[in-house]
Every structure is written in structure tokens, then in C-alpha cells.
Design a protein around this ligand. Sequence first.
Ligand SMILES: *Cc1c(COP(=O)(O)O)cnc(C)c1O
Length: 226
Amino acid sequence: MTINENMLQIRQRINAACQRAGRNPATVQLMAVSKTKPATMVQEAVNAGQLLFGENYVQEARDKIPLVHGEKITWHLIGPLQRNKVKTAVTLFSMIHTVDSLELAQEINRRTEHPMPVLLEVNMGREPQKHGFLPEEVEQILPLLATMPGIQVQGLMAIPPLVADAETSRPYFRALSTLAARLNSMNLNAVSMTELSMGMSHDFEVAVEEGATIVRVGSALFGARG
Ligand SMILES: *Cc1c(COP(=O)(O)O)cnc(C)c1O
């Protein structure tokens, strides 16, 4: 299968999930996760109409982005961000999905020259080895983030515990969506949780059924990573 064929199929599966959930497919963005994949493959996806890409590593993105050509292409950071890479990251990416500590938010706020759209990564499975705020921490920290002019919190992101069965992810997706609604009801200035970044190759349809606005799909689009 070509990237173009994979993409068509993934979009069809997203559309079908939207239909099951009574959602408008225009409210779901497909992000192509291109980590470890060469610029030539990204270009192939661009040529097939894909515009939103996710990268995990600042250095890799810095090398790759100039090699990809097209209008209206946007790049989001979906990997952990070290504080010494923030200055570069805020110039490369139009959104950072992985704000997972107050210190990182403060550093972004300090380094950016424009309000930076971010998502707060939430450790829904409470896994000790995973990045992200615990759900109750997000509620505590949000009022503080809302006061930072360089930070524009636009939603939540989660990577639930990795299991083969997509249905196992459903309660985590549902809980993330519920958490976003609760945070919205806090009515904080400058905070509107409209984006839910959730779902990957193995479980994006379930994520769409549970309200995802951005699904992050890598291997189903570009093939397995080496
Ligand atoms: C790699 C990665 C993805 C894509 O994973 P696939 O299983 O290849 O679709 C999505 N989100 C994050 C945060 C990733 O690191």
C-alpha cells in the first residue's frame, strides 16, 4: 500500500467512527506522525494532501522541516520537550502537545515571542514511568498557566497504557474528555479546552468515538518504524 492509499483508508475509518458517534468529520484532524521517517516520505504525504505533521524530537524536526515543501503545512511537537530545546521548539512548531510540568510551561512562556498554543499532557493511566500531569494536578495548575501571556492552553493530550486491544483505551479517552469539560467549566480567562489529542494507529477509531479532535497516526500511515 502506498502512503496515499493508507491515508485514504485512515480517513475513511475516521469518517466511519464519526458517523457511529454522530460527529462531523470536519472536527477531527488527522495528524501524520513522521518521527524517524525521511523527508521524502513526508513529502509524499504532503503531495497526497496531508498538512498536519507530528514530530517527537526537536533536532530531527529542525533537520527535516526545511526539506518538506508545500503551503499550509503545520508541525506539532508530540514528544517530551527538554527545557534547553524550548527556544528552538517554539520557532519550529505551531503547537506543543507535551507540556507536562509547571517548569516547562514557565520556560515556554519565557522563551516564546508569541502566545504559544499548547496542550497539557495527562498521565491518565497513572503510570510511574510516563510523562504527564496527573488529572488532579491539571486542575490545580491550570489557573496559574492561565496567567502566562506566552502560554495558550488549548486542550489535553494523553497516551493511555499501551495494549493491543483498542477497546481497553476507551475508558482513558472518555476520562480525558470528561476532564477537559470539567476544566472548561472553571471558566478561566484565556483557557478554552477545545482540543483533545488522543488515539494512535491501533486505537484512533475508539478515540474519535470518544471525542478526539486530533488523532496521531504514524505506523498505519507510513509503515512500521525500524
Ligand atoms: C509515535 C507516536 C505516535 C504514533 O504512533 P503509531 O502507533 O505509530 O501510530 C503517536 N503519538 C505519540 C506521542 C508518539 O510518540
